[in-house]
Design a binder for this molecule. Structure first.
Ligand SMILES: NC(=O)c1ccc[n+]([C@@H]2O[C@H](COP(=O)([O-])OP(=O)(O)OC[C@H]3O[C@@H](n4cnc5c(N)ncnc54)[C@H](OP(=O)(O)O)[C@@H]3O)[C@@H](O)[C@H]2O)c1
Length: 336
């Protein structure tokens, strides 16, 4: 198969390209040449900024294109125009943030989508990200009518994750006994969902090979996992003997602890639906999730040896509780 990856040198796309090359596919990447310099010398690299001229796409034919780097509908329109019918299947990597009510549990692909107050807006912020991706989806359906697949991943985790969210928990557990008791947030039985980037990539590649179309929530694991299950698995995989201390939501919120970023994967009850989307359709089309321990161990190994982000990398929001803050919160919880 001739595969075009729009992106492909950072995280999800990087795994996708690696797997495609391993499977013997002929891969072309389009990127600006900033992330992952020197990666994949055996592939064809088209260097362009998709906010500008896409003349580099003027020649060639691909069986499938997987677009990991479209954030505003203009990105999709320009690719559709540049490829002018010289691609079979087009896959847009969207997000579960497209839903109008992302907090409702059990959301299926048919749920209503978010609408932006200003459909011309292009600034990607926490408020506009989902609405913009919904417009990207509409642009994809129009520009690649009848041959478009949209995946809506939940939290993507694993080696090379630049966001540091799941990785923070892995590194927290990797501190072992020296890290002391672990603050475990909220309801032990609250469901959590995420997908190893390598499993998402394998599913996407399979859909490309089979030319499937449609819209798919893409998260894991296959069987529902609780916050307790996640933290216990990570502790066991990394051999951390320190106990978990469950601290309830009201206390954490009263102490000003920030859900999701300061305490990754923790969401207040009212927002828990974001971690309970319906993934039946992805499972029915071949999604396989590797054992959690493998994701934990591989993420730990990668994080321990990952080079620091390049100086010119865009700034990222802070992630995770500082050790002193965690200790102070635990002391206050126990003293209440
Ligand atoms: N992370 C999550 O938890 C999560 C959850 C749901 C959905 N998603 C979606 O998953 C997708 C995957 O992101 P990723 O970072 O893992 O993908 P990736 O393909 O590994 O990395 C992004 C790629 O896009 C290229 N790129 C960025 N801006 C560009 C531009 N203006 N012109 C040309 N190329 C550009 C980058 O290379 P250069 O920097 O060299 O240009 C890089 O190759 C995103 O669409 C995101 O919305 C992520």
């Amino acid at each position: 198969m001739k595969l075009l990856v729009l992106g492909g040198t950072r995280f999800l796309g990087r795994h996708l390209v690696q797997q495609a090359l391993d499977a013997g596919h002929e891969v072309t990447l389009l990127h600006r040449g900033r992330s992952g310099p020197g990666l994949f010398p055996q592939a064809e690299h088209l260097v362009a900024d998709r906010n500008g001229d896409l003349g580099v796409l003027a020649h060639g034919h691909w069986d499938a294109a997987i677009d990991t780097s479209a954030y505003v509908p203009r990105h999709v329109h320009t690719v559709a125009a540049a490829l002018a019918g010289r691609v079979g299947q087009y896959q847009l990597v969207s997000t579960i943030s497209v839903y109008a009510d992302p907090n409702a549990p059990g959301t299926t692909e048919d749920a209503p989508l978010a609408a932006l107050a200003d459909p011309q807006a292009e600034a990607v912020t926490g408020d506009t990200y989902g609405g913009l991706k919904a417009l990207c989806e509409a642009a994809a359906m129009e520009g690649f009518e009848g041959r478009c697949l949209v995946s809506r991943p939940g939290l993507i985790v694993g080696p090379h994750d630049p966001t540091g969210r799941f990785t923070w928990w892995v590194q927290r557990m990797a501190r072992g006994a020296a890290g002391g008791p672990v603050l475990a947030p909220g309801e032990p039985e609250a469901q959590v969902q995420f997908i190893d980037a390598r499993d998402a990539a394998a599913w996407m590649l399979r859909q490309a090979e089979q030319g499937h179309v449609g819209t798919f929530n893409l998260s894991g694991p296959e069987e529902p996992l609780t916050m307790r299950g996640l933290l216990d698995s990570a502790r066991t995989a990394l051999g951390n003997p320190a106990p978990l201390v469950w601290v309830d939501e009201d206390f954490l919120l009263a102490q000003g602890v920030g859900p999701w970023m300061e305490l990754p994967l923790w969401l207040p009850r009212a927002q828990g639906g974001l971690l309970q989307v319906d993934i039946t359709r992805a499972l029915d089309t071949g999604l396989v999730c590797r054992p959690l321990a493998q994701t934990v161990l591989d993420t730990a190994a990668w994080a321990a040896s990952a080079p620091p982000a390049p100086a010119d990398a865009p700034p990222r929001p802070a992630v995770g509780l500082a050790p002193e803050r965690e200790a102070a919160l635990l002391a206050a919880w126990q003293a209440r």
